[in-house]
Design a protein around this ligand. Sequence first.
Ligand SMILES: Nc1ncnc2c1ncn2[C@@H]1O[C@H](COP(=O)(O)OP(=O)(O)O)[C@@H](O)[C@H]1O
Ligand SMILES: [Mg+2]
Length: 385
Amino acid sequence: MHVTHLSLADFRSYARAEVPLDPGVTAFVGPNGQGKTNLVEAVGYLATLGSHRVASDAPLVRMGAERAVIRAQVRQGERQQLVELELNPGRANRARINRSSQVRPRDVLGIVRTVLFAPEDLALIKGDPGERRRFLDELITARSPRMAGVRSDYERVLKQRNTLLKSAALARRHGGRTGAPPGRANSSLGADLSTLDVWDQHLARAGAELLAQRLDLIATLQPLADKAYEQLAPGGGPVALEYKPSAPGEAHTREDLYAQLTAALVDARKQEIERGVTLVGPHRDDLVLKLGQLPAKGYASHGESWSYALALRLASYDLLRAEGNEPVLVLDDVFAELDARRRERLAELVAPGEQVLVTAAVDDDVPHVLAGTRFTVAGGAVERV
Ligand SMILES: Nc1ncnc2c1ncn2[C@@H]1O[C@H](COP(=O)(O)OP(=O)(O)O)[C@@H](O)[C@H]1O
Ligand SMILES: [Mg+2]
């Protein structure tokens, strides 16, 4: 698929922007702070319902404005679709497809698909497990948009379960104290615990589905990541992706993972009630990224970490392409970080893509193989060269 037109209203630094786009390579060139990343961030938002730079929507709305609108005309084969998202920080976002009546924002997932690589991706290697979980879960959703529903079910159940555990922890702590009405605290603890069993089942069901998808994704991605790393840094690998679950076991199917998660919840129950928080499940898992024998985190050099993050994105791109619907590849401020050799390699790898959006501070940072459409971005204006 590719985007044929991007419109922004009150998004980031743009009061308005209208950007007609072609298939093939498009480069946005301009000095720092002029709004290049803001443009590709908007495209990425349509694909993931989130920004690759910030966790909340508030910074995405232009200072002083109330809401932002991102609109894209999208072409997939012969099919044209218009997607629209209205960002209302603090209130529900709204979405429309083909100007018809409103749909849920998550219903637009799958229309725009992107693989976005940006300097922030170094956090995939060096950052907290949450960064890697988000990487996995966004890719799962790009492969299969219905997983957005499973993810939000899981988040909802987790939140409810944590609330319950917190109140059980409180009841337990106050239960032994003199002054509390006799029996009251303990009976509410009893009620909480029987409800907890029900939440365990919900958590294990959504959790198992998420885990099954993550494990399948990792198995598919592994050889592609290894290949991509070899192309970027020959002889530097191999790379291995190892899932590290909080619920121990070797299960792979959804049913077995359900059983494994349920058993781990039983084992963790006492500790969970003491601490008032859910200690096992996909929200506590990590993906260990190995380079050679060692985990990249804590061991890999800056250059190796950079190549690794890029290899993960290129592998994601390969995977989505191989599975049918080609995503838009976004390379934000990437070339300036690479030496000449890796720059050329990357350029050759991505040049045949259906649509590749590149940002760079100066023309010279964009490799010659990626000669395509150019826009200059300066002073709030996006102009075709
Ligand atoms: N919500 C916002 N309202 C107004 N300006 C913003 C907002 N968010 C970011 N900006 C401005 O956008 C600029 C950064 O744009 P960006 O696209 O990151 O630049 P670059 O061209 O270097 O990629 C900064 O000058 C910043 O102040
Ligand atoms: Mg930028």
